[in-house]
Write a protein that binds this ligand. Structure first.
Ligand code: 5GP
Length: 122
């Protein structure tokens, strides 16, 4: 399905420098910054700089260079935040059922406490 990108979403504003952020890593095609409402001691969001709504949109429509950069950036943030030893979780919410609040692709990197089972009971 084609995705329609809303360039007024909060992460688009962060990318344009209209809203401040606590940057952890910036690469050619990606930006990582701390979540404003952290759910764990480490809670970093990694976003592509390109206008992609969700992971499916990105996987279908991003260039190989963007996909490589984004994938490597997520790994680099894990190393920077030193989360490999005790473990971490990556989450990419999408759409209504996924309860995606901000319609610009982002991966949450969560770590620093036991994170429980993957899904809470409905
Ligand atoms: P989603 O539910 O879309 O997967 O997650 C969106 C995340 O963005 C939430 O964890 C929320 O706390 C975070 N967020 C929303 N607005 C801002 C903001 O202005 N700055 C930062 N750093 N994070 C934000």
């Amino acid at each position: 399905m084609p995705y329609s990108y809303d360039d007024q979403n909060i992460f688009a504003k962060i990318l344009r420098g209209e809203i401040p952020n606590d940057t952890v890593l910036e690469t050619g095609h990606s930006l990582a910054f701390r979540d404003i409402h952290p759910q764990a001691p480490t809670h970093v969001l990694v976003i592509p700089k390109g206008a992609y709504v969700c992971y499916d949109d990105f996987a279908q429509n991003a260039s190989d260079a963007e996909i490589l950069d984004y994938t490597r950036a997520i790994g680099e943030v894990c190393r920077l935040m030193k989360v490999e030893e005790n473990g971490f979780r990556l989450i990419a919410n999408a759409g209504t059922a996924g309860v995606q609040e901000v319609p610009h692709l982002h991966v949450h990197i969560l770590a620093g406490r036991p994170l429980g089972r993957m899904l809470a009971p409905a």
